[in-house]
Design a protein around this ligand. Structure first.
Ligand code: AMP
Length: 283
């Protein structure tokens, strides 16, 4: 496994793999790797001949006052985990190498970048789209792996690839959870023991939504308000949004059952913001 820090080195390494006829996969991450990330890496290793993982805490996707400085970092641990998975290349650029001091061109995520997570974090998806485009331009992968954990991010990246004709296929992977249901996240380390216990209410609310939906017991608005009231029973958790949406447009659904649907939830647990989601299907 090679660890490279410059874009030029990465381009030449993946270029050589391409000339050898290898299929190249990229897994973009911000590090502090857990089993959720590793599920993406494993899926990539199964399908591609050459797997590159980027580990980069991208400053442009954090807003002012967010946790960029505090974001967990564990480069040695990450390298060990990736080596054990048989990854070919790890790209660990510095922010200074990724962005020219006067960098000014960005990728606009469009209207989907303004709702839900985009409403809570107005510059977030512009930062995500810009860094993902740069990573695609640098590694030129055939396949790129993203988790459904960040469901809106996955939808926006798919749209970006379609709308900008980027020559890469996006592969979405299911959410990996802790045994008690909490979605794995690098940010879970911020939670105190009490907050960690309280945070399980998000998955409970999503499971309720799934069960109500599969029993055809309620329309979308009622499902969303049930989720909100479940979260409301947990004093340490402050709901940001709970919604039932069309998984492509992210428009709130009125009538549930005619189309596929996704339940989304976001909340603050102490100072930590957590997001999660689940597929809703009529039973
Ligand atoms: P991050 O390091 O948080 O930017 O995440 C990097 C990639 O891993 C993104 O595509 C995430 O959606 C994905 N990911 C993070 N947590 C999970 C999880 N619990 N299950 C599946 N994918 C995840």
């Amino acid at each position: 496994m090679e660890r490279l820090v410059s874009a030029a080195e990465v381009r030449s390494a993946t270029g050589e793999a391409r000339r050898e006829g290898k299929t190249i996969a990229l897994v973009p991450t911000m590090g502090a790797l857990h089993d959720g990330h590793l599920s993406l890496v494993r899926a990539a290793c199964e399908r591609a001949d050459y797997v590159a993982v980027s580990v980069f805490v991208n400053p442009t996707q954090f807003g002012p006052g967010e946790d960029f400085e505090a974001y967990p970092r564990d480069m040695d641990g990450d390298m060990e985990l990736l080596r054990a998975e048989g990854v070919d290349l790890v790209f660990t650029p510095t922010a200074g190498a990724m962005y020219a001091p006067d960098a000014q061109v960005t990728v606009d995520p469009g209207p989907l970048g303004q709702v839900f997570e985009g409403a809570a974090r107005p510059t977030h998806f512009r930062g995500v789209c810009t860094v993902v485009t740069k990573l695609f331009a640098i590694a030129q992968p055939d396949l790129a792996y993203f988790g459904e954990k960040d469901y809106q991010q996955l939808a926006i990246v798919r749209l970006m690839v379609r709308d900008l004709d980027l020559p890469v296929r996006i592969v979405g992977c299911p959410i990996v959870r802790e045994p008690d249901g909490l979605a794995m996240s690098s940010r879970n380390v911020y939670l105190s023991a009490e907050e960690r216990r309280a945070a399980t209410v998000l998955y409970r609310a999503l499971c309720e939504a799934r069960d109500i939906a599969s029993a055809r017991e309620a329309d979308a608005e009622i499902i969303a308000s049930e989720m909100a009231s479940t979260v409301g029973t947990e004093p340490l958790v402050e709901l940001d949004y709970a919604a039932v949406i069309d998984p492509e447009t992210f428009r709130p659904l009125d009538l549930f059952g005619a189309k596929p649907a996704r339940a989304l939830i976001a909340a603050r647990v102490g100072r930590t913001r957590l997001i999660d989601n689940i597929a809703l299907e009529v039973g």
